[in-house]
Ligand binder design. Structure first.
Ligand SMILES: Cc1ncc(COP(=O)(O)OP(=O)(O)O)c(N)n1
Ligand code: 3NM
Ligand code: MG
Length: 222
């Protein structure tokens, strides 16, 4: 079967994307430099800048500064969607969803030495992600979320566990509706990382929430 047959993608790199840690720990997803700086200062080491639906020219300066900030803190900073800018400014990594994969140059991202995270929501998307051999695979959405309109139903914990077990060699990230009270149950499914937006950015006390999440996720024996 050709690459296009298996993945729907025109061209894949010949080797896997660069590896990253198996357990990426707490993985906040934020949309401003202010949040990035706050959370890096709070001890977060894996983080994503997710700005939606802007022109590249409107976000280039922010993405450049974000990448500099990530390097200053020696953090694993993934840039969501804007893969050209991430390559141009030498990001640690890029996060792409299934739709993004259709319009991205995976060979260029690979050639530039950036890590790649890929979103999945079901078995078919998981098979496509595995064929790309990315640095990590995200599994969502686990629970209902207010942060993003989702076309599919939440996969829930049983599916998460099954999906994680099917890709034992990959770093995995669970995302979607994960509040502090759900963290232990999500970790019990074997994931190496938990990505959150509202559990931090909508918390009454973000510093307390971040400290609690860090302690629950990073100190857990896996
Ligand atoms: C860690 C992580 N997982 C999933 C996503 C969602 O990516 P995508 O499906 O491309 O949707 P947008 O975030 O671009 O709206 C993510 N960003 N991060
Ligand atoms: C950006 C994103 N992607 C998802 C996916 O399932 O692919 S769920 C999601 C939003 C996560 O926000 P919160 O932690 O507030 O639910
Ligand atoms: Mg995307």
């Amino acid at each position: 079967m050709t690459d296009r047959g298996l993945t729907g993608l025109p061209s894949l790199p010949d080797t896997p994307f660069l590896p990253t840690e198996k357990n990426l720990g707490l993985y906040p997803v934020v949309d401003t430099l202010e949040w990035l700086e706050r959370l890096l200062n709070a001890g977060v080491t894996t983080i994503q800048l997710r700005i939606k639906d802007k022109q590249e020219s409107d976000v280039e300066a922010i993405i450049r500064q974000a990448i500099e900030l990530g390097k200053r803190f020696n953090a694993r900073l993934f840039i969501n969607d804007y893969w050209r800018l991430a390559v141009k400014h030498g990001a640690y990594g890029i996060h792409l969803g299934q739709e993004d994969l259709l319009t991205s140059d995976l060979k260029a991202i690979h050639q530039a030495g950036l890590r790649l995270g890929v979103s999945t929501h079901d078995d078919q998307e998981l098979a496509r992600a595995v064929a790309i051999r990315p640095s990590y695979i995200a599994l969502g959405h686990i629970f209902p979320t207010q942060t993003k309109d989702m076309p599919s139903a939440p996969q829930g914990l049983q599916e998460l566990k099954r999906h994680v077990a099917s890709i034992p060699d990959y770093p995995t990230v669970a995302i979607g509706g994960i509040s502090i009270d759900k963290v232990d149950a999500v970790l019990d499914c074997g994931v190496g990382s938990i990505a959150v937006v509202s559990a931090i950015t909508q918390a009454p006390d973000w510093q307390q929430a971040t400290a609690q999440l860090l302690s629950m996720i990073e100190h857990r024996e896996r």
